[in-house]
Design a protein around this ligand. Structure first.
Ligand SMILES: CCCCCCC/C=C/C(=O)SCCNC(=O)CCNC(=O)[C@H](O)C(C)(C)COP(=O)(O)OP(=O)(O)OC[C@H]1O[C@@H](n2cnc3c(N)ncnc32)[C@H](O)[C@@H]1OP(=O)(O)O
Ligand SMILES: NC(=O)C1=CN([C@@H]2O[C@H](COP(=O)(O)OP(=O)(O)OC[C@H]3O[C@@H](n4cnc5c(N)ncnc54)[C@H](OP(=O)(O)O)[C@@H]3O)[C@@H](O)[C@H]2O)C=CC1
Length: 296
């Protein structure tokens, strides 16, 4: 057994229909793959229908599951309602939503136009609350105990320069996750979030980690566990949170980042100290202890 293997038992998601926004690429496609392997019906949606159709074919061929691909810009409520209507028409009901669609790019904030900020915030925050609201209304009316999983980031709470629109939007998504988890618990609706560290995808790497930077900053040096994430690791956690095995978990944000977010620890610079230096330091501290005992 290792971290690149599926974790849940066969059929863990059988009978569920799950919508994955941005499910035609990157992490969305990896989550969709594992949900299908576990027996779920999956609906993938995003703006580019050609990308979705190709992904749907590939997903069905590799998993044998049922996939519906619907073009949808998550900034448009009427398109979201169309996805939900088509999903219900095809599979009878919808039980889960993964808000995974995002837009992002690195830039000094003072270089951004108003539109550049709007485009990121609208995809990430507006898209997430539009989709969640549309499904929440349907679930409450039909008395379905639906589950929402939001894909966030660790800088939603640490903050981060050079991705300010994304940080603002992802922070709003976390506030919604916790707030609605309480409010809709009465309907049996659960909301959780995952904050991933670096998981290589073309979408993220092209816009956040272009070649110029990749040569200078290796993740292996920054991440305590010395590697990037494997997509199956994220899919495992996502499948658990979408399954009934996590029925008592709501309003939670789970970090999956090899310890990257812990880098702010005040004494973490001691990582550089060698064993020999520790011998000297230990001696110095013990001397200081002895001196203070004599003085007292
Ligand atoms: C590598 C480590 C990972 C660590 C964790 C990171 C956590 C988060 C990760 C992610 O979110 S990864 C997801 C990445 N995937 C995507 O972004 C996919 C979808 N994105 C897109 O389709 C596009 O990037 C976009 C967001 C829609 C922007 O594309 P485009 O420029 O074509 O859109 P427009 O609507 O035409 O323009 C909007 C506006 O933005 C300005 N702009 C675009 N790029 C830049 C830039 N690099 N610097 C400054 N401004 C930029 C563009 O000029 C437009 O503004 P105006 O000029 O019209 O005012
Ligand atoms: N990869 C990483 O290291 C990390 C990723 N994340 C998060 O993981 C998620 C997936 O990212 P990743 O797989 O890396 O990147 P991708 O670029 O592969 O995924 C983004 C998806 O969002 C879709 N999308 C963008 N705009 C819209 C829109 N207006 N309406 C509907 N769909 C849209 C894109 O499809 P289309 O262009 O067809 O619309 C694409 O499928 C994101 O939420 C991201 O913030 C968080 C931390 C780290």
């Amino acid at each position: 057994m290792n971290h690149t293997q599926g974790m849940l038992r066969d059929d863990a998601l059988r009978g569920k229909t799950i919508i994955v926004t941005g499910g035609g690429t990157g992490l969305g496609k990896s989550m969709a793959t594992y949900f299908l392997k576990l027996g779920a019906n999956v609906v993938i949606c995003s703006r580019r229908k050609d990308v979705l159709d190709e992904a749907a074919l590939d997903l069905e061929q590799t998993t044998g599951g049922s996939v519906l691909a619907v073009a949808c810009d998550v900034r448009k409520p009427e398109q979201i309602e169309q996805v939900i209507a088509e999903a219900i028409a095809r599979f009878g009901a919808v039980h889960g939503l993964v808000n995974n669609s995002a837009g992002n790019f690195i830039s000094p904030t003072e270089r951004l136009s108003y539109k550049a900020i709007d485009v990121i915030v609208d995809i990430v925050l507006r898209g997430t609350y539009y989709f969640t609201l549309a499904l929440g209304k349907y679930w409450i009316e039909k008395e379905i105990k639906g589950t929402v999983l939001n894909i966030s980031t660790t800088y939603a709470w640490t903050g981060s320069g050079w991705v300010v629109p994304s940080a603002m939007a992802k922070a709003g998504v976390l506030a919604m996750t916790k707030s609605l988890a309480f409010e809709w618990a009465t309907h049996g609706i659960r909301l959780n979030a995952i904050a991933p560290g670096p998981f290589p995808t073309k979408g993220a790497w092209d816009r956040l980690f272009p070649a110029e930077l990749a040569e200078k900053f290796a993740f292996e040096n920054r991440i305590p566990l010395k590697r990037v994430g494997d997509h199956q690791e994220l899919a495992n956690l996502a499948a658990y949170l979408m399954s009934d095995f996590s029925a008592y978990v709501t309003g939670e944000v789970i970090t999956l980042d090899g310890g990257e977010v812990l880098a702010a620890g005040q004494f973490n610079f001691l990582n550089e100290v060698t064993g020999e230096q520790w011998d000297t330091i230990e001696g110095q501290i013990k001397n200081a202890n002895r001196s203070s005992k004599k003085e007292s």
